[in-house]
Design a protein around this ligand. Structure first.
Ligand code: ADP
Ligand code: MG
Length: 343
């Protein structure tokens, strides 16, 4: 969707001069409070893309912002990147307030946008050099080759961007975001439209950056990505935060499956040998086991049944996973969520 002029920040330039030295080490890498974005659309209509979002990303985290298409993820990222003006609320990155120091904040953050917007007539090396210049990184401190190697583009350093594949362009955007060595790296749907092999490569690299101290915030509508990479996950829908928890806690809410077993004879009670598996009797021949797939394997339960001397006639399972909670939390229409609302 096209940006209107009123959505653009007043100061859309990158900082000039040497990038601000980010010597202070805050506890929180990102603090967002009550963030609201109302886009003006045609004919005086408006779209409330963010409706009072508050969240904190701690220093060193690999944080996932999850939500379906249209939830407001890119809007939030673009506000952080200084590409879209917020309507209200506050944004602090690395203890720098967006309103107070909109130029300074850019030294703290590197953003990999969702769109593959690259100048086709630059080579990767030129592009990174221009970017380093814009951010005031002195020549002696530039790590162009190192970054290109890290994203697997060393052999394409001097090829025109227009000759790069989609996956290579995505990696080049990651490289571009890293030029000024920001403490906070933000990736907006980094693996959208990217093949499996490259996805794995990118994930590994993001993990590595995180392990070396970079705080990472990534958005995705792709659950396994958040599940595999992130420490904490926020879920937004219709511009509102609907969940924010550690991956473990979110999964614990979901990490529950039921195994129904029909056995070959009537039972008076659950055999003591099965006590460890929290079995419940649903009928003369039917037992239900609720278990956490992350801890318990079905094979173990079936083996326990067999060693209790019971034959198995039939089995079925019922699952709930991150997909379920995600759907449950994000399926609700905007109107219904309004009730919890901030006006
Ligand atoms: P996501 O990245 O989660 O898919 P976006 O932040 O791109 O969501 O969009 C959130 C909502 O705001 C969507 O309904 C989208 O159509 C709308 N929107 C995004 N950009 C604009 C814009 N420039 N003008 C008007 N509406 C917009
Ligand atoms: Mg988006």
């Amino acid at each position: 969707m096209a940006l209107s002029v009123s959505d653009l920040p007043q100061d859309a330039q990158v900082p000039s001069g040497t990038a601000r030295r980010l010597t202070d080490i805050p506890d929180n890498a990102v603090e967002i409070q009550n963030l609201v974005k109302v886009y003006r659309e045609d004919k005086g209509r408006t779209k409330r893309a963010l409706d009072g979002v508050s969240l904190t990303v701690r220093r060193g985290e690999l944080f996932g912002l999850l939500g379906p298409n249209g939830a407001g993820k890119s809007t939030l990222i673009n506000i952080m990147a200084g590409l879209v003006n917020k309507t209200s609320g506050s944004v602090r990155i690395w203890d720098i307030d967006l309103d107070r120091d909109p130029r300074g904040i850019r030294a703290a953050i590197g953003v990999v946008p969702q769109e593959l917007n690259l100048d086709a007539f630059f080579t990767p090396r030129e592009l990174l050099d221009v970017q380093a210049g814009l951010y005031g990184v002195p020549r002696a401190e530039r790590r162009t080759d190192e970054i290109l190697r890290a994203v697997g583009l060393a052999d394409k350093a001097d090829a025109y961007a227009r000759t790069l594949s989609g996956g290579m362009r995505r990696r080049l955007l990651v490289a571009k975001a890293l030029v000024h060595a920001p403490p906070v790296l933000v990736l907006d749907e980094p693996t959208a439209g990217v093949d499996v092999e490259l996805r794995q490569h990118l994930w590994n690299y993001v993990r590595e950056l995180n392990a070396r101290g970079t705080t990472v915030l990534l958005t995705t509508h792709y659950l396994p990505e958040a599940e595999e990479l992130c420490d904490r996950i926020a879920i937004i829908n219709h511009g509102k935060l609907v969940a924010l928890d550690t991956k473990q806690a979110l999964l614990a809410r979901l990490d529950s499956k039921a195994l129904h077993v029909t056995i070959d004879r009537d039972l008076g009670a659950v055999p003591p040998a099965l006590a460890a598996y929290a079995a419940q009797q649903d009928g003369p021949r039917r037992l239900t086991f609720r278990y956490e797939p992350s801890r318990t394997q079905v094979g173990g339960i079936l083996a326990a049944l067999q060693s209790a001397g019971l034959g198995i006639d039939d089995v079925s399972t019922e699952e709930s996973d991150l997909e379920d909670i995600f759907l449950e939390l994000t399926r609700r229409p905007a109107g219904e969520l309004e009730e919890q609302g901030h006006g």
